[in-house]
Design a protein around this ligand. Structure first.
Ligand SMILES: [Cu+2]
Length: 656
């Protein structure tokens, strides 16, 4: 099993050269940019002015740390939701209300790498309530509320090093999971990296989601051998109750991993019986480990986020909990693991392979019942490959990464090295069609394509390299998504559109499920912000020592107060701005000359707070940044700052 095969080195070289190869493809494609019938493609993506798209698509921003929302099939950009990265446009991570969302046990972290959006599910179908997304770098999972399209919660993960196999959900979002990408010492400690093997560990976190409020918490973790955990998907239907994770680096190497982690002929898919794990938890068969992590929740009535610190986590050791973890040998460094809509098949996309390995859930259960084990790894049973394999897709491609489904019995797999999507049939494993992508496709997405009931119709290829597809913009090019019509026998490329950051993975859902729940305003009478100002008559300035609280309101088209005096250099000035508007689409902005952070962008009925510490005496204008009326340009005010000890009495006035 551990013999070195020269072919791996060749495949690795091919992986490394994939980017270079696309140069040649780029040249070719200037002659043939996708071989589409232009007028029929245009018709298929045309959404007339004033009409709505059929699907919402949620794309991760990868290294942008954000989520962008598109309409399909038009490719219209609808919104960018700040999640893991601060955003001056919305004041996210700059205003006092959202700063706590980015707190961790390592302090305030203004950025992360967001990879996999995952819609919450009910009965195995996306329900349009939440979108979860992982932070890959400082392990975190965020929850976006799809009634507001705002980040509602970010939970940090204890005992984790990187968070890639995340946040995949179970059928009713009982859990979203998060597997550590890199194994690390658990508990963390100062030790030699050379002692990795046998000492570093992995962890798989099962994050519970409260059905009523969506609140997340780490229910338990399964402590795993020191492999790398890559991706995951939940069982469905008959396999509901199981979660599947891919592993690589079963070699447990800690250096030159491109070579050292590619030695084994097969790595594993880890099958976790989470229902059984839950029983062990209920029986108290867990260890409570010390590990600090934060849960940051935004309260929609208070309009602010608060952090909760947890110090302990419940951990299961699989060697003490038989029946929880099994390993399915899977060739070669499997990347994506995807479960078909019936829950019968588990697809291992071996990234150093040409073929796809499909495991059978039924055969897996049979092998477990027969106790037919080939081996064990750190006390975890390893099943016989031959006992669990259902079939192999002789793809003709190279470097399979991810598979999604159309609900018609077909599967679609991306091939990074050969830059294509291959359509094949579940059960017969025959290849039905293949189309090139431009270029180097990573994930693909079919609306509902990883759920029990895919909508099908479209497939989006999320490409790593853009090259010549758009007008050049210097050395940095926008990444690219490509929309294919998959309603017929043949896949047809119908649209290219640039994306924000890296469109690492995406999810899509029928528009009506989400739009009917979408909020228009925050009711002012429900505003419980501790510094709310519910009417202009209550607008005021309060000064205690060097702390100044400005209770300000906005309504078209003035601030109250709009003349402020009595502030001195060295004061900490908190502008608590409440937007009194109760109409859809009337936000007001607030910015002040010299503010060292960002603007506020306040939705109707909302309160936000900007902290400003003036450094110089003078008279400073502030104004509304969001064009709100014909007299938007008049929506402004003045703030007088005096030298320390020289300030006049507090003045907070509006009009005469
Ligand atoms: Cu305004």
């Amino acid at each position: 099993m551990k013999s070195f095969k020269p072919i791996w080195t060749m495949l690795i070289a091919a992986l490394l050269l994939a980017a270079a190869c696309t140069d040649t493809k780029a040249k070719k494609s200037s002659e043939n940019k996708g071989a589409i019938n232009k007028s029929s493609a245009a018709e298929k993506v045309y959404v007339a002015p004033g009409e709505y798209d059929e699907f919402y698509a949620f794309m991760s921003g990868g290294f942008s740390g954000q989520v962008s929302v598109y309409g399909l099939p038009s490719g219209r950009l609808l919104k960018v939701v700040p999640v893991f990265s601060v955003d001056g446009e919305k004041g996210y991570g700059f205003n006092e209300e959202t700063k706590p969302l980015l707190e961790t046990s390592h302090g305030f972290i203004p950025w992360d790498d967001a990879h996999h959006p995952e819609l919450s599910q009910t009965n195995g179908k996306p329900d349009g309530k939440y979108l979860f997304i992982n932070g890959n770098n400082t392990p975190r999972v965020a929850r976006i509320d799809l009634s507001t399209f705002e980040t509602a919660e970010i939970i940090e993960l204890p005992n984790a090093g990187g968070n890639h196999s995340s946040p995949f959900t179970t059928e009713n979002s009982e859990y979203v999971v998060a597997g550590t990408r890199f194994s690390v010492p658990i508990p963390q400690t100062d030790m030699s990296i050379a002692d990795y093997k046998g000492k570093f560990k992995g962890s798989l976190s099962f994050i519970s989601v409260d059905p009523e409020h969506g609140h997340m918490d780490v229910d338990f973790q399964v402590l795993m051998p020191g492999f790398d955990y890559d991706l995951a998907h939940g069982g469905k239907g008959k396999s509901h109750g199981w979660m599947f994770f891919t592993t690589y680096n079963t070699e447990e190497s800690h250096t030159l991993k491109e070579v050292n982690a590619s030695q084994n002929d097969k790595d594993y898919i880890a099958a976790i019986n989470w229902k059984k794990a839950k029983e062990y938890i209920e029986q108290g068969k867990y260890k409570e480990m010390d590990s600090e992590y934060l849960i940051n929740r935004y309260d929609e009535k208070k309009h602010l986020a608060e952090s909760i610190t947890r110090k302990k986590v419940r951990v299961l050791d699989p060697t003490e909990c038989p029946g929880v973890v099994y390993f399915l040998p899977t060739p070669k460094s499997p990347h994506g693991v995807d479960v078909d809509p019936t829950g019968s098949y588990i697809i291992g996309n071996g990234k150093l392979n040409a073929n796809l390995t499909v495991h059978s859930f039924d055969k897996m259960i049979q092998a477990i019942e027969n106790k037919s084990f080939a081996d064990e790894a750190y006390g975890i049973p390893v099943l016989n490959f031959e006992d669990v394999v259902a079939g192999t897709v002789e793809s003709g491609g190279l470097g399979p990464l991810h598979t999604e489904f159309d609900g018609e019995g077909n599967a679609y797999t991306t091939f990074f090295i050969s830059s294509e999507v291959v359509k094949w049939k579940l059960g017969t494993w025959e290849v039905l069609d293949r189309v090139p992508t431009y270029y180097s496709v990573g994930h693909l997405m079919i609306p509902g394509g990883d759920s029990k009931e895919p909508w099908g119709k479209y497939m989006v290829a999320l490409n790593k390299i853009t090259k010549d597809r758009y007008l050049p913009t210097g050395p940095e090019l926008a990444h690219s998504a490509q929309l294919y019509d998959i309603s017929g026998d043949k896949m047809e490329l119908i649209l290219d559109f640039p994306t924000i950051g890296e469109p690492h993975y995406a999810q899509a859902i029928a528009a009506d499920i989400v739009m009917n729940r979408s909020k228009k305003i925050y009711p002012l009478e429900e505003n419980e912000h501790p510094h709310v100002t519910k009417s202009e008559a209550d607008a005021r300035v309060e000064k205690n020592g060097n702390e100044v609280h400005v209770y300000m309101t906005t309504i078209r088209s003035h601030f109250a107060p709009d003349n402020i005096e009595g502030i001195e250099v060295g004061d900490k000035v908190y502008f608590h701005v409440t937007n009194l508007e109760q109409d859809w689409d009337v936000p007001h902005g607030f910015s002040v000359l010299g503010a060292q952070n960002a603007e506020l962008l306040i939705m109707p009925g909302q309160t936000e707070t900007l902290l400003w510490e003036p450094l110089k005496p003078g008279v400073f204008p502030f104004y509304c940044t969001d064009f709100c009326s014909a007299l938007h340009q008049e929506m402004q005010g003045y703030l007088r700052v005096s030298a320390k000890g020289n300030a006049p009495a507090i003045l907070a006035s509006t009009g005469d």
